[in-house]
Write a protein that binds this ligand. Structure first.
Ligand SMILES: Nc1nc2c(ncn2[C@@H]2O[C@H](COP(=O)(O)OP(=O)(O)OP(=O)(O)O)[C@@H](O)[C@H]2O)c(=O)[nH]1
Ligand SMILES: [Mg+2]
Length: 364
């Protein structure tokens, strides 16, 4: 087993280095600012986990448990719907139609709903089916759709820095996600810095600073109202001079005015390229899963503005609309790097197609 564990390897980037010491309790408690959740220690592995010992040891069950409980709202909507539909019922045309409608209401998308019903019609038409059998088929289909997009972020640390631009509408979880990722890579021994490119709200800068203090990552910030592109340029110069492995650039997400947002984000990208024409190396679009189908239009809008390279879905714990991830995967085929199932640092994890699919439909 590598020192970094499965989690570390999934998020690990291209080169190998020994894992650094984790934050000590005293260190992690040093800055206690309310809006930024505590950084907790990893939980211990539960003994009766059915998975192979190596996997259990490397991927603490706490994450799987967290994923499942995070997706409870989504899975219970589906489970309840399936239970209502398929208690001693033959799979006839009516049942298939009801099933398709149910799947659409759970945000899985029309394509997925059609595929699942088609497959069931082919294999089980006229037979008695149970809700559990349907769940199995659904989980398999969903995992198949998600497998090609489940791609971990792969920073190339030799770029010094690998630049990650983080975009998304207000409140989608950008700053929190940056904080979570900063903690993650710091724990792998990486030199990480953060740029407070959301210069519109003082609170936004403060929030990033708190994450910076908690994770011991320098935060490049300026006063409210400063030019975001200028800030990104200087932050990058500083990160290069220091030889940082990774630079996360936070941005403002004022979608109310697309023209302004477009101009600002494009300018940020332009100036970054002046220092390294291959940067930004990743442009992550952070989407709040609670908005459901609205996430589709957010992807369209941001794809118009910047070259979105991957998605992160947040707040999957607070919604019954987790199925939207499947619909997004089917429509846009953009990599899904990670998902957020809570506000804490450890609530962001690399996206795993199989685990997500089974959790979403409420299977163990
Ligand atoms: N439950 C839950 N809450 C989350 C998650 N990710 C972020 N949040 C919360 O969502 C709220 C908004 O998150 P921010 O990180 O401030 O969002 P932002 O995109 O930076 O917002 P702006 O700076 O206003 O554009 C905060 O209260 C976060 O704690 C998640 O995965 N689950
Ligand atoms: Mg923010």
């Amino acid at each position: 087993m590598s020192g970094k564990g499965l989690f570390g390897r999934l998020f690990g980037g291209k080169s190998e280095e020994p894992a650094p010491p984790a934050l000590s309790e005293a260190e992690s408690d040093a800055v206690a600012v309310p809006p930024v959740p505590e950084i907790a220690e990893e939980e211990t592995v539960v003994a009766d986990d059915p998975r192979p010992a190596e996997i259990v040891a490397e991927a603490p069950q706490s994450w799987l448990t967290r994923l499942k409980s995070g997706l409870t709202k989504s899975s219970s909507k589906l489970t309840q719907g399936l239970g209502d539909l398929f208690t001693k019922r033959k799979l006839d045309d009516d049942a298939l139609e009801d099933l398709e409608d149910l799947l659409i209401t759970t945000d899985l998308g029309v394509g997925t709903a059609a595929r699942v019903t088609k497959r069931l019609a082919k294999t089980r038409f006229g037979q008695d089916v149970s809700a559990d059998e349907i769940k199995q088929v659904l989980a398999e289909e969903v995992a198949q759709i998600l497998a090609p997009v489940a791609k971990p972020l792969q920073p190339d640390f030799s770029r010094k820095p690998h630049v990650v631009l983080v975009v998304g509408v207000n409140g989608s979880g950008k700053t929190t996600t940056i904080g979570k990722m900063a903690k993650l890579y710091k724990d792998q021994g990486r030199q990480v810095s953060l740029a407070a490119g959301d210069t519109f709200r003082a609170a936004a800068v403060e929030q990033l600073k708190v994450w910076g203090e908690r994770t011991h990552c320098p935060v490049f910030a300026r006063d409210t109202g400063a030019d975001a592109a200028g800030l990104a340029f200087d932050a990058m110069a500083e990160a290069r001079a220091r030889g940082d492995d990774l630079l996360f650039i936070d941005t403002a997400g004022r979608l109310q005015n697309k023209a302004d947002l477009m101009e600002e984000l494009r300018k940020v990208v332009r100036v970054i390229k002046k220092q390294d024409e291959t940067a930004p190396h990743d442009v992550l679009l952070v989407l709040d899963a609670t908005v459901g189908q609205n996430a589709h239009s957010q992807v369209e809008v941001f794809k118009d503005i910047v070259d979105v390279s991957g998605l992160i879905l947040t707040k999957l714990d607070g919604t019954a609309r987790g199925g939207v991830l499947v619909a997004l995967a089917e429509k846009f085929a953009l990599p899904v790097h990670a998902i957020g199932v809570g506000e804490k640092a450890e609530d962001l994890r690399p996206f795993d197609a199989q685990a997500f699919a089974r959790s979403l439909v409420g299977l163990d």
